[in-house]
Design a protein around this ligand. Sequence first.
Ligand code: 13P
Length: 259
Amino acid sequence: MRKPMIAGNWKMCKDVNEAVELANEIKRSVYDVENVEVVICPPFTNLSDVGEMLIESNIGLGAQNCYWKDEGAFTGEVSTGMLKSVGCKYVIIGHSERRQYFGETDETVKFKIKAAIEKGLIPIMCVGETLEERESGKTMDIITAQIKGGLEGFSEDYIDTLVIAYEPIWAIGTGKTATPGQAQEVHAEIRKILSDLYSETFASSTRVLYGGSVKPENIEILMKEEDIDGGLIGGASLKSDSFTDLIKSTASLYAEKKG
Ligand code: 13P
C-alpha cells in the first residue's frame, strides 16, 4: 500500500523567524504521527534554519525549485547539491507558478528531475491544466504531454522515488477545489499513463498527490478516492492548525483503509 504524503508548499511566504516558529509548532504537534510522510517546503532563505530544527523529527525538508547545473555562473539559482547540504530530502519541480511566471517547460522539468535524482533528492513533479484547457476538453492531453515530456528518457528504476502532484491550475489558491470525482479521474489517468510508459507495478507504486485548495474540510473526501495518495498544500500549510489537521485526518484515514 502506498504511504500517503502531505507536503506543505509555503511558496513565497514566511521570513526566517516566522518559518522557524511555524516549523516548530508543526513538529510539536505531529511528533507521534507515523503513517504519513510529512514534508514542508519553505522558501530557500529559510531552508537551513528550518532544516536544523527538523533534524531527528518525522518531518522531511523540501525545496520549491532547483537548478540542474552543479555550480557556476548562474546568478540567482540554487543547485540540488546545495539543497542536499542544508538537509533537503525533497524538491518540488515544475509547479504551475514556475511554468506560468518563470518560463519553466517540460524540458527544464526533465533536467531538474535528473539533477534531483543524481543528488538523492525525491522529486515532486507537478502537472495540471488551466481552466481553458479543461473547458475545451484538453485536460488528459495536457497531463499526458507534461508527464511524457518531464520523464523523457528515464527508466522506471531511475525514477523509482518520483512523486507526482496533480494540481489543476484553476483550483490553486482559488478556493475552488476539484471534486473528488474530477481529481480521481485524472489520478487514474496518470496511473494509466505511467503504466503505458513503464509498467503496472511502477504505476501502482508511484504516489500521486492532489493539490489545489485542499483544506481540513475537504481532505477526507479527496483521500477516500482510490488513486489519491495525499496532498500538496499551499494556503492551508501556512498555519499549524490547518496543516496538522490535514496530517492527522490523513493518518486516521490511512489506518482505516489499511483495516
Ligand atoms: P493552495 O492550496 O493554496 O490552493 O495551493 C496549492 C498549491 O499550489 C500547492 O503547491
